[in-house]
Design a protein around this ligand. Structure first.
Ligand SMILES: Nc1ncnc2c1ncn2[C@@H]1O[C@H](COP(=O)(O)OP(=O)(O)OP(=O)(O)O)[C@@H](O)[C@H]1O
Length: 318
């Protein structure tokens, strides 16, 4: 079932097409990773999807309702974690959450229960009565996420929630997203960090120049763009005969020698490990070390867009 369906969305800023016939589905239960370089249109997409801006054309369907600015009903069912923190610094953590819960019409015991549950989920129950100005950057981000969660949305939309925070808070946030998803929340997760999407997302959409250029799991994307796999092998005696034998194995594209190390490029999906090891045993005096490098999302991204993902985001987490 699709919670979100975007069809042929167009958003222009003057001559610039920030969204250029963008298509996107979000399926119930998934963590969808949305990746794109600076200026690809990710934030514009999120703003359009959540009714914060009007689009020029195309359709937006959220939980079966058509979405447009000013429409309230679909807004009850999602939580939005924006890039900028949306917190009140003269309210405590608990009061912040009570405020955001109140906006959604929660009150009394029900509100109190949700606030406590959400504080616990993001690990801030000990800090509940403190003001966010006293928090580390990572803790402020966690409170910001909690503010989007207190009404228990079906869909959580996160726009680069881990930019510029410490590794510990980052890992806490990733764990929280996984836990929420396990409990049934669908997640749209936008990030510059490849490894986050690779670790979290059940499906990935890559966006560039205002539209989707690829869509699938990491394995599907690798298979689709036919990236070669690489294997490093260290042998006791790297003879010429060994290299000839390795090159003759079906599926092996190229063998390069660096001292005792052999770098073997393999056609995608070719099952060559056993014959490689057998040749190395027979003609190379035995194998000392083997390491296989699968193509990463980074490789996929570079191949598809010709761009590095992190050009100038200025907010490395480490
Ligand atoms: N209000 C606006 N007025 C004019 N141009 C805009 C406006 N908002 C966004 N843009 C432009 O639209 C394009 C898409 O921007 P958007 O912020 O959606 O990209 P993004 O993928 O979220 O990038 P980033 O990762 O840098 O946040 C960019 O070229 C941006 O400069």
């Amino acid at each position: 079932m699709n919670l979100v369906r975007l069809e042929r969305l167009v958003k222009r800023y003057g001559d610039l097409m920030a969204l250029d016939h963008m298509e996107l589905d979000i399926r119930a239960g998934e963590i969808l990773g949305l990746l794109g370089p600076n200026g690809a249109g990710k934030t514009t997409l999120i703003h359009a999807l959540t009714g914060l801006i009007a689009v020029d054309s195309g359709t937006i369907e959220l939980f079966g309702h058509a979405m447009r600015p000013g429409k309230l009903e679909p807004k009850r069912h999602f939580g939005l974690v924006t890039q900028e923190l949306t917190l009140f610094y003269d309210l405590t953590a608990r009061e912040n959450l009570a405020f955001f819960g109140g906006i959604y019409g929660l009150k009394g015991k029900a509100l109190q229960k949700r606030v406590e549950r959400t504080l616990q989920l993001v690990g801030l129950e000990e800090r509940a009565d403190q003001f966010p100005g006293k928090f580390s950057g990572g803790m402020q981000r966690r409170l910001n996420i909690a503010a989007a969660l207190v009404h228990e949305p079906r869909l959580l939309i996160m726009d680069e929630p881990t930019v510029g925070i410490d590794p510990q808070s980052r890992s806490y946030i990733l764990d929280t997203v996984r836990e929420l998803n396990r409990q049934g929340t669908t997640v749209l997760y936008t990030t510059h960090y490849m490894e986050e999407v690779q670790a979290l997302a059940s499906r990935i959409v890559i966006m560039d120049d205002g539209h989707a250029i690829a869509n699938g799991t990491v394995d599907e994307l690798i298979a689709r763009i036919q990236l070669e796999e690489k294997l490093q092998m260290e042998v006791s005696e790297p003879t010429e005969q060994l290299i000839e034998q390795l090159q003759a194995i079906g599926g092996v594209k190229q063998v390069k020698q660096e001292g005792r190390r052999l770098l073997v490029s393999i056609r995608p999906g070719a099952d060559v490990l056993e014959p490689l090891l057998a040749a190395a045993r027979t003609y190379g005096g035995g194998v000392r070390y083997v390491n296989a490098d699968k193509p990463t999302l980074e490789d996929i991204f570079l191949t598809l867009t010709g761009k590095q993902l992190r050009d100038g985001d200025g907010g490395e987490a480490e």
